[in-house]
Design a protein around this ligand. Sequence first.
Ligand code: SAH
Ligand code: SF4
Ligand code: F3S
Length: 462
Amino acid sequence: MSPPPDQNVPNKTVHVRSWGCQMNVYDSQRMVDLLAPLGYRPVDEAEGADIVILNTCHIREKATEKLFSELGRLKETKQAKADAGGNMILAVAGCVAQAEGPVITTRARHVDIVVGPQSYHSLPELVARASRAKGEPILMTDFPVESKFDHLPEEAAPRGVTAFLTIQEGCDKFCSFCVVPYTRGAEFSRPAADVLVEARRLALSGVRELTLLGQNVNAYHGTGTDGASWTLGRLIRSVAQIPGIERIRYTTSHPNDMDEELIAAHRDVPALMPFLHLPVQSGSDRILARMNRKHTAAEYLAVIERLRAARPDIALSSDFIVGFPGETEKDFQATLDLIEKVGFAQAYSFKYSPRPGTPASSSAEAVPEDVKSARLARVQEAILAGQMRFNRECVGQIARVLLDRAGSKTGQLHGRSPHMQSVHVAAPGHLLGQIVDVRIEDGRALSLTGTLVPTEPHGMVA
Ligand code: SAH
Ligand code: SF4
Ligand code: F3S
């Protein structure tokens, strides 16, 4: 239980800006929850806010430079607040805070708090200390022994119809290009009972679609409610029992952790949506080995075959890195071949970016920037073509769409299909939050449009 808001505390404001993955989005929401009992309410603008938190990401280049230019702008915002007789507490959180903590406190003297992803449960205490010790930056980037999750309060406000829930954190895989094992620390799974309590609470507040999160979410191995170690597949079966939760998703997964129980959940649990983001990074075995991914392209394709046998309509998504050190045209062609073979419904692609402290960053075989750019354009073209094909095939079909926000045009709502496609549909506002049937009439590369299928007087919408 979170303590009730302190009635004696004046109405203060907090502005949180989030970069990076969904786990950062979840963490940002939890930071707001932590500060709510102290009288802070979230606002959209940094100007005038009493606390500004930058929740940063370190995954690719320029993260630190971007942070410092943002901090430069905020110096004026902080000064304006001081000129008006107030005090703005400036905090840097997230993965850049973890990786570059001392650099931040040295280079940006107006930063009050630097707090890592595993320590942000201490924010109330850090804010109190920063209010007292004006001018002295506080650095908190330990990996504490206790779990931050044990210190997080209940949600301060309802999340809407879709919500994230972090169930696993950290990574023990050490892919040679990646900073996550260093910024988020070792793998940790929350006990199933804690996850289920949070999921029930979210369902009671109106959440209908829950996305379970982890840097390696399918490596989940939390203690179950029966005392045994549960896999993600086992946990999903329990989450699916919660009244109100009609859709379950999870991200991000590693191909080597797609175990039988999880694949069986895709076969047996109707609430588990037929969509999976399963990063492969490259289609070349030589590059996969250098990336320390510990699987081959053929092994990845075999996982997909097993998934499709269990759930034939499953749609797939992935991440690709182009221009990894030593990547030849032949290696790159293998990536294009893999994209063609799988037929992804969508995918993300990135130019390799050397990250300080990671093994790949010291390689002498860097791919020239212009080659990286050209390969990125080609891989994106292949991905987009696949995406277009997938979306076109949906035309004429009826999709169950969870309407999650207003559309870009008046009279339109936006929603997501089971396959994670964006769907635009003309629909009255009172249907927001409902699951409706939509006849798909047009399929573009990035979204679908359709019309509402009239429903029976009773039933439906669920
Ligand atoms: N845990 C996930 C994703 C981690 S980061 C996984 O196992 O795949 C998200 C994506 O960022 C990665 O999948 C990868 O494609 C990309 N990425 C990570 N480090 C990168 C780097 N140094 N350069 C370019 N892209 C990178
Ligand atoms: Fe990074 Fe690899 Fe871990 Fe994913 S599995 S978070 S890419 S080290
Ligand atoms: Fe970025 Fe950290 Fe997430 S580096 S992608 S915010 S785990």
